[in-house]
Design a protein around this ligand. Structure first.
Ligand code: PMP
Length: 461
């Protein structure tokens, strides 16, 4: 699955307006911020004055750990609000990757020399850190993949193609990232199974009232997002796990947005599979994780074939390595896994509970501040959402909004956020999305609001 590279998908006429008028933006940058308080579209739940959040750590010190954050863009201090797409990296992670290459680089497993053992130890100790981080009962449940996308594909191929057929059903939701749609569409096409969707309520949460209509004796797997990459809505996975268990269906959780933002405990969730990406949680790109129950992994067919995943190879057949290596064909992303281990150390030091609290407060604060902007629509369900704020301002195309904000040094994402079925539910082609992480400040949110107001003034609003 491609990353959320939505911005370029469709140059609009308004986009050309910006290109012609970009030079004017600086001189218009002092337009006053509106003080008109409009009610938010959800009404009361977040219309409280919470004020700017107070971070539970020394934010300046934390930000000094992230070299990329101290840069200037278009002459302005960078405000990085595209954390749902990828997070910035602390120097501790960058140093761990560099140190690995300087001191331990060799291929993993089977090396009979000291350097190879160092590499293997570094790689395998990252696996154990991941297992502990999500409270997996067994380190053999942790398979390193390229990311969430590959992890979900692994399940669809290695489990789905050998276990599903006509009459079986795969259940996903209308809130999914394309990574949790397309592998199931392909699986349904290839096996004759049916792909069904859990609908959304009017306030864009999962509609669970008729769950028994959707989770039936034919349901073989339920695959759903834990935290929406668009709304930031956190779904009640445990309730759904119980329903799935009752009919004997497996459950896969897309944790791409949840694992970086709050404590995720696979034992407590009771899921069979959990997929997530290292790069959204301070780690390098190119490494992600599939957690899976060991008995399922033992019974599943391999995904990719090649070196490392075999035990013996004859001319016509082969036997498989033990788990987890049965699912890690070829040379893995060793340095990236080591970097992910360092990222987990960093997150543990701050504390996932505290990260979750602060993200929630930042999101609430941004809702309050942005909801005062005239003609803005903020999407999502405030009480259950965190870390992400999608919005549109009447009369301004989201791509133009993102481009105008970029001129102010503010990085946000505009587009369909790899969730076209969800955009259709919203009745829009695209939104602008600001997404937060623990290193963001309330001042940055104030700058976002100011940037939006400037964009409105610039576009003649
Ligand atoms: N699921 C969700 C909810 C996501 O936000 C993303 C990334 N935007 C993915 C899946 C895919 O992750 P990756 O591109 O790292 O494989």
């Amino acid at each position: 699955m491609e990353p959320e590279h939505d911005v370029g998908s469709g140059a609009t006429q308004a986009g050309y307006v910006i290109a012609r008028r970009r030079c004017l933006i600086v001189s218009e940058s002092n337009s006053a911020r509106s003080t008109t308080a409009l009610p938010s579209e959800e009404g009361a739940p977040y219309a409280v004055e919470t004020g700017p959040p107070v971070p539970p750590w020394d934010l300046e010190q934390v930000r000094r750990d992230f070299p990329a954050l101290s840069q200037r863009m278009h002459g302005k201090p960078l405000v990085y609000l595209d954390n749902a797409a990828t997070s910035q990296k602390p120097r501790q992670v960058i140093a761990a990757v560099t140190r690995y290459y300087e001191e331990s680089n060799a291929n993993v497993h089977r090396a009979i020399y000291e350097l190879g053992e160092r590499a293997t130890n570094a790689y395998e100790s990252a696996r154990r850190k991941v297992a502990e981080f999500i409270n997996a009962e067994d380190w053999r449940s942790i398979i390193f993949t390229r990311g969430t996308t590959e992890a979900i594909n692994l399940v669809a191929y290695a489990w789905g193609r050998h276990n599903l057929g006509p009459g079986d059903e795969i259940l996903i939701t209308k809130m999914e990232h394309h990574s949790n749609i397309i592998p199931w569409q392909l699986l349904a096409r290839d096996t004759g199974a049916a792909l069904r969707y859990l609908p959304l309520t009017d306030d864009y949460t999962l509609d669970l009232k008729d769950m028994s209509k959707y989770i039936t004796g034919s349901t073989r797997i339920v695959a759903l997002v834990h935290q929406s990459n668009v709304f930031g809505t956190v779904n009640p996975v445990r309730d759904i796990v119980q329903q799935a268990r009752a009919v004997g269906a497996l459950i896969l959780v897309d944790g791409a947005q949840s694992v970086p933002h709050f404590p995720v405990d696979v034992m407590q969730l009771g899921c069979d599979f959990l997929a997530f990406s290292g790069h959204k949680m301070l780690g390098p790109t190119g490494v992600g994780v599939l957690y899976a129950r060991t008995d399922l992994l033992e019974s599943m067919e391999p995904f990719h074939g090649g070196g490392e995943m075999i035990s013996t190879v004859d001319l016509q057949r082969a036997t498989w390595n033990q788990i987890p290596w049965k699912f890690e064909a070829g040379t893995p992303n060793i340095a990236q896994a080591v970097g992910l281990g360092a990222a987990i150390d960093y997150l543990n030091q701050l504390g996932m509970d505290r990260i979750a609290d602060y993200s929630k407060q930042l999101t609430q604060y941004s809702r309050e501040v942005l909801s005062q902007i005239p003609h803005i629509t903020i999407y999502g369900h405030a009480p259950t959402s965190s870390s992400s704020l999608p919005f549109n301002v009447e009369g301004i195309h989201p791509h133009d909004m993102a481009q105008l904000l970029d001129q102010e040094g503010i990085a946000v994402r505009a587009g369909h956020h790899c969730a076209q079925p969800l955009m259709r539910c919203l009745g829009v082609a695209a939104t602008t999305r600001a997404s937060f992480y623990f290193y963001n400040t309330s001042e940055e949110i104030d700058r976002l609001a100011e940037g939006i107001n400037q964009a409105v003034a610039f576009m003649g609003g």
